[in-house]
Design a protein. Structure first.
Length: 232
């Protein structure tokens, strides 16, 4: 039962993740070119929402991490983030996702990106900007699916408290100095050149290990920015 207090003992967030986008042709006959997708706004200011509906009542949580991967032989993007479990709608979706996983049927809720098409070639969207990600029962991309993630720190499936999330989880990248950002960017660029197949998650972890005080979301933003500039 929700008490409406920010400091009560109930878990505050549930971790979710999964394939959010692929380059395969979707059910509307379009392809979203993964290298042309700008996720910067979604990571810094975007939300998970309910079925593409507007308004604060339909905000369910926020994305934290984005990683470009290969999925079934095609470029794809994997997302991770949190749902705000003190919101009844978010809690209901989270519990439904858990029930689906436990059912063993293989059926899942899905993700659907929303934003701006910046350039296209017929049915290929070659440049786009994602603003928010909807959680939906009917994703346009049938490969986009939501999974509940396990949180080792919380000791229970999917749950984390604010203390376990860390102070940087919601924050945008706030550089402590221009020199510091330049140093991290130079480091990331060097890793991409010497290890061209390195994932964004691996690069972010290297940044965290080499620069004190850098949070994972901040490291991911730098890693993504450098990868886009060097591989795009």
């Amino acid at each position: 039962m929700f008490k409406g207090s920010a400091d009560d003992s109930e878990p505050m967030v549930g971790r979710i993740g999964g394939i959010v986008s692929t380059q395969t042709t979707d059910q509307q006959g379009e392809q979203l070119v993964q290298d042309g997708v700008d996720w910067t706004y979604a990571l810094r200011k975007g939300w998970f929402n309910y079925e593409h509906k507007a308004g604060p009542e339909n905000v369910l949580g926020h994305p934290e991490n984005i990683e470009q991967i290969m999925f079934k032989g095609e470029p794809a993007t994997r997302i991770e983030g949190v749902l705000y479990l003190h919101k009844p709608k978010a809690k209901e979706i989270f519990e439904t996702a858990i029930a689906m996983q436990k059912s063993g049927t293989g059926r899942r809720l899905g993700f659907s990106v929303e934003g701006q098409v910046l350039a296209r070639e017929k049915t290929r969207i070659i440049k786009s900007k994602v603003l928010n990600v909807a959680i939906t029962a009917h994703p346009v991309n049938a490969l986009a699916r939501l999974d509940v993630l396990k949180s080792l720190a919380a000791g229970a499936v999917g749950y984390q408290t604010p203390a376990q999330m860390g102070s940087g989880s919601l924050s945008a990248l706030v550089p402590q100095s221009i020199a510091g950002i330049q140093a991290m960017s130079t480091y990331a660029g060097g890793k991409i050149r010497t290890q061209p197949k390195i994932s964004l998650a691996e690069l972010a972890k290297m940044l965290m290990g080499s620069f004190a005080g850098v949070t994972y979301p901040q490291a991911m933003k730098i890693a993504y920015k450098m990868a886009q500039s060097m591989r795009g």
